[in-house]
Design a protein around this ligand. Structure first.
Ligand SMILES: *Cc1c(COP(=O)(O)O)cnc(C)c1O
Length: 387
């Protein structure tokens, strides 16, 4: 049994204690903290396209709510299977250029369900070192031999494949856009290796879905690789503005997961209103490419503001902008100073990122307007350089 009091005290001392921020949400782009008198610009949200408050999602969710009620009432395989779920699965499969898709309660549930369904004790997994906690937990639950390769390093991956591919089934897992570093996986190289060594490949597109490629299909589709992966998963809770998640692939794999993924089988289906909102979002991605153009314009404004302010770090290729500070306490202190100046960004600390690489993670969303973004970039640059 852990000494709970000692644990909490140690976490506090090391600047690792997790606490709820206690936020109020006056509107989509701002948050209010009880301890701070003014509103703060929200740079912590993954609602990249600003869809959580889009009129079409609100109407779709409200209609589903009044028609079907607040919950699905049961798992899909019981009586929780609604027409809206099946429609959403078809729309997601089409978006991801796959035959079929299956909904999960969340991205976390998807990863901890589908990885153990695919591989087991006698198999082997090759996983990027920076993969999300849900992937790591899925790998642990699978019980397969786990080999972690250096982040985005295909030479290291191939080296591990050469030495350890022997087992019955082999699974490679990557993210297409990494959530804490905002950098992109060399997907074409990973696909080549998957084919050369006869492995299954699972790609997590949690942060790329909605943003890249025609119709916001994601990075795999943008790079013309959708047909060369086995499974792609993503969440409905980030750019799609709802809640829940999906995995997409060949029909036979989806039928297999429906039979085997325990976090699908033994968990209540998505609330119909969440499914309706996500379905409206998928339709919007095709109908309003302007949503993506607006976001990339904002990302450009924010990054050029930081650069003009004197920040020399590589700001990366995406809407996620990490500024590595180093030590935990220094990162927390900077986060607090930014809060005083009206900016809310998450301090990401170990174990979420490697020790000594604590950082502030800024995510740009369509909720933030252009003037606010350039003013914020100037403030962030000043505070970072004065440190
Ligand atoms: C957020 C995230 C998940 C989990 O998705 P939820 O729907 O929030 O549970 C999985 N993988 C990655 C890479 C993520 O960033």
């Amino acid at each position: 049994m852990v000494d709970i009091a000692a644990y909490l005290k140690r976490q506090q001392k090391e600047g690792r204690l997790r606490q709820l921020p206690g936020l109020l949400h006056p509107d989509g782009g701002r948050v209010r903290l009880e301890a701070v008198a003014h509103d703060l610009l929200d740079f912590s949200s993954n609602d990249y396209l600003g869809l959580t408050r889009h009129p079409l999602l609100l109407v779709a969710a409200a209609e589903a709510l009044s028609r079907y009620g607040t919950g699905a009432g049961a798992a899909r395989l019981m009586s929780g299977d609604f027409e809206l779920h099946r429609e959403l699965e078809l729309a997601l499969a089409r978006l991801k250029e796959q035959e079929a898709a299956l909904l999960f309660g969340s991205g976390y549930l998807a990863n901890i369900g589908l990885i153990p369904a695919l591989v087991g004790r006698h198999d082997v997994i090759f996983s990027d070192k920076l993969n999300h906690a849900s992937i790591q937990d899925g790998c642990r639950l699978a019980g397969a031999r786990l080999h972690r390769f250096a982040h985005n390093d295909c030479n290291h991956l191939e080296d591990l494949l050469k030495r350890h591919r022997g087992a019955k089934e082999a699974l490679i897992v990557v993210e297409s856009l990494y959530s804490m570093d905002g950098d992109i996986c060399p997907l074409a190289d990973v696909v080549t290796l998957k084919e050369r060594y006869g492995c299954l490949l699972l790609v997590d597109e949690a942060h790329a879905t909605g943003l890249f490629g025609d119709n916001g299909a994601g990075l795999l589709a943008a790079e013309g690789l959708a047909h060369r992966v086995d499974l792609v998963m993503g969440t409905l809770g980030k750019a799609l503005g709802s809640y829940g998640a999906y995995v997409a692939g060949e029909q036979r794999l989806i039928s297999f997961l429906l039979n085997r993924a325990r976090s699908f089988i033994f968990s209540t289906a998505l609330p119909p209103a969440s499914a309706a909102a996500a379905l409206a979002a998928v339709e919007l991605l095709a109908a309003e490419p302007q949503l993506r153009q607006d976001l990339w314009h904002r990302v450009e404004i924010f990054k050029s503001g930081l650069t003009h302010g004197g920040v020399e770090a590589d700001l990366g290729p995406s809407q996620i902008v990490p500024l590595v500070v180093g030590e935990n306490q220094a990162t927390l202190a900077l986060a607090r100073r930014l809060q005083e100046r009206g900016i809310y960004a998450t301090a990401v600390r170990p174990p979420t990122v490697p020790a000594g690489q604590a950082r502030l993670r800024f995510s740009v969303t369509n909720h933030l307007d252009i003037e606010d973004l350039s003013a914020a970039a100037a403030i962030i640059a000043t505070e970072l350089l004065q440190r």
